[in-house]
Design a protein around this ligand. Structure first.
Ligand code: NCD
Length: 319
């Protein structure tokens, strides 16, 4: 069994073989998504509920599309109009939804650990679509697929993750995944935006952008996560762009064929120069979005297979 998970809560519990299995399956979905008839019925009869307690464009849209392309019945729970606004707790909301027999629950929540907690209370597969500053596993997997396709491999690459590392679940999931696949990860940003204890992940830390980008194969930019900051972490956005914003001068330090990534949403002129973001020879930002749908299809396909197997086993035990 090469993908042995009940939920997808983070990259942390995944074995490198499971990561490769998921990416290989996602490749087949990239092909399907590029064809005219984009349907595979592997989730037919299953119910997928998307619960987003935090704003999202790409992630929610691609989970919805992924479920629909695989034939699931997809329901987007509109949190803004739900009983959550009337004070219902996360667990009560989850138990209510659980009583409707979903098979796949996709959850984004502002608190780190909330999705893990919820997974303990329901009897379906749970996919973490981002919890606080903890993990965002499908983002790291889609980034990995983009890198593997552009660089031809997913090992022994120098990857510079730049900007607001401290508040970023994207950075966390990526550095765990890239570490597991034996890449060299550099974290680049001002000391105020570096999390505590980064050394334990075996990353190199730089506060000088040009030094951090030297000979990098991959340059991954991050948004300043102002919604998670209380207080001032940078002198000003102008100053931040000057020191840490990706422009052609700083990018010239990386390898000539280095790719530029960004999970979106981007703040042009803050962490990235618009000209670099739009440079089709360097930026793979649109490919990341494309890979997002394929990776989410693969993740839900694998989890649904495991769910069906577990249910069959349980039914046989009862018989
Ligand atoms: C990221 C997120 O929500 O963590 N976006 C995304 O999922 N594509 C990063 C961000 O919000 O800056």
């Amino acid at each position: 069994m090469s993908f042995n998970q009940r939920h997808l809560l983070g990259i942390e519990p995944l074995h490198p073989v499971e990561i490769t299995t998921l990416l290989d399956l996602a490749e087949t979905y990239v092909e399907l998504n590029r064809s005219t008839a984009k349907h595979a019925e592997v989730l037919a009869g299953l119910t997928q509920i998307n619960m987003f307690f935090e704003a999202s464009t790409r992630t929610q849209a691609s989970f919805e599309l992924a479920g629909k392309r695989l034939g699931a019945d997809v329901m987007n729970m509109s949190v803004a109009h739900s009983s959550v606004k009337k004070g219902e707790t996360l667990i009560d909301t989850a138990l209510t939804l659980n009583a409707m027999h979903p098979d796949l629950l996709v959850v984004r929540h502002p608190s780190s650990g909330a999705v893990n907690l919820l997974a303990e209370k329901v009897n379906c597969a749970v996919l973490n679509a981002g919890d606080g500053r903890h993990e965002h596993p499908t983002q790291a997997l889609l980034d990995a697929l983009t890198i593997r396709r552009k660089k031809g491999r997913l090992h022994r690459l120098v990857v510079a993750i730049c900007g607001d590392i401290a508040h970023s679940r994207v950075a966390r999931s990526n550095l765990i995944l890239l570490g597991k696949m034996e890449n060299r990860v550099r974290l680049v940003g001002p000391p105020t935006l570096m999390p505590m204890g980064v050394a334990e992940f075996g990353c190199e830390v730089y506060d000088d952008m040009k030094a951090g980008l030297e000979d990098a194969d991959v340059v991954m930019m991050l948004r300043l996560q102002k919604e998670r900051m209380d207080g001032a972490f940078i002198p000003s956005e102008r100053e931040f762009f000057h020191r840490y914003g990706l422009d052609s001068d700083k990018l010239s330090r990386a390898k000539p064929d280095a790719i530029v990534m960004h999970p979106g949403p981007m703040n042009r002129g803050v962490e990235i120069d618009g000209l670099i973001a739009d440079d089709i020879n360097r930026s793979v930002i649109q490919e990341q979005v494309e890979m997002g749908v394929a990776v989410r299809m693969a993740a839900m396909d694998l989890l649904a297979q495991n769910l069906k197997r577990a249910r069959l086993k349980a039914a046989l035990r009862e018989a």
